[in-house]
Design a protein around this ligand. Structure first.
Ligand code: GLA
Length: 332
């Protein structure tokens, strides 16, 4: 192989939050923000330069070596692929990304999956997308200590343009649900990152595993909402989406306690200003909301949400009107 380029999209979850790690249902879409890795072959070394951070990671091709910061993700990916039979071919790579870090758009899955695909290309090594997704779930745990679920790597690999990915994280069965015409998906980032993000996530997972009744109530009701949202999308019943997203947000705020006052405010503003549906998205403790809006008014609506949010909190939000794209494992 004489080198190549890999692009892995980010994802935004429509509904099914904090359900993946207990084998529940999720409904994310792959979006047109993403991470690109350009690579050339190297003998036995993995050398990755980040345009954003100006950092260089240099480790052995089997993942051994001292890595810090985002380099720990690269090392974890390389070590896991080595353990699963990849030959130790090195790469000299440059990574660049349009995914904002910590916004709830799975910047880390976009990074791990794109590094993994570059390493797989370099060694002419292939894994089934869901097997690769499982390894990347493990990479996140090894690199950052976050006991995350399968949703993010599965979506950035298996998403499909114009569709949401309905994935059962227990059976690992999935299908693509068509998105209705005329509806835009907008992400509005609250600009707030909470230190609790990682520890709070692990704590919630442990609470679910211990059977805390309120946490379980969220998971059960959320799984039900995923089924209902998928059915509404398939039927083109856009009016059903608002109440379902609203109930999902309220459950994350009250039963699961992973929302923030900023996310709550932005969701309320989105509904007041005419959104079809809105709720917090991703792991919570800061990050973004997802808004569904009529295509013709989506930008103006998001602008108005950001302006009202600034006026009420003094904080700068940012929005992205997303295009849906194919996942990285979908042949182009
Ligand atoms: C993070 C994790 C996912 C999932 C969501 C919450 O994005 O990486 O596995 O648990 O939080 O739905």
């Amino acid at each position: 192989m004489s080198g190549g380029t890999v692009f892995t999209p980010a994802r935004v979850n429509l509904i099914g939050e904090h359900t993946d790690y207990s084998g529940g249902l999720v409904l994310p879409v792959a979006i047109d923000l993403g991470t690109t890795v350009k690579w050339q072959p190297l003998d036995w070394l993995i050398r990755v330069r980040s345009l954003a951070f100006g950092d260089v990671v240099a480790i052995r091709a089997d993942g051994e070596g001292v890595a810090t910061g985002w380099g720990r993700y690269v090392a974890a990916v390389a070590a896991l692929l080595h353990e699963h039979g990849r030959t130790d071919d090195g790469i000299d790579a440059v990574v660049s990304s349009t995914v904002p870090i910590g916004s709830g758009l799975s910047s880390s899955a976009a990074l791990t999956v794109s590094i993994a695909l570059a390493l797989c290309q370099a060694a002419a090594f292939e894994l089934e997308p869901l097997e690769l997704a499982r390894l990347m779930q493990e990479a996140e745990r090894r690199a950052a200590g976050v006991p995350c679920g399968l949703m993010d790597p599965a979506c950035v690999l298996l998403g499909r343009r114009g569709h949401a990915l309905l994935l059962d994280c227990g059976s690992e069965e999935y299908r693509h649900v068509p998105l209705p015409e005329g509806i835009a998906i907008v992400v509005v980032d609250s600009g707030v990152r909470h230190a609790l993000e990682h520890s709070g996530y692990a704590e919630r997972r442990a609470e679910v595993e211990r059977g805390d009744p309120r946490r379980i109530r969220h998971v059960a009701s959320e799984n039900e909402r995923v089924v209902q949202v998928a059915a509404a999308l398939e039927a083109g019943d856009v009016d059903a989406l608002g109440p379902l997203f609203r109930a999902g947000h309220d459950s994350l705020r009250d039963d699961f306690e992973v929302s923030t006052p900023e996310l709550d405010l932005m969701v309320d503003l989105a509904y007041e200003l005419g959104a079809v549906a809105a709720r917090m998205t991703g792991g919570g403790f800061g990050g973004s909301i997802v808004v569904l809006a009529d295509v013709g008014s989506a930008s103006a609506l998001a602008d108005a949400v950001v302006a009202a949010y600034r006026e009420r909190t003094g904080r700068e939000g940012r929005f992205y009107v997303c295009e849906t794209v194919d996942g990285a494992a979908v042949p182009r």
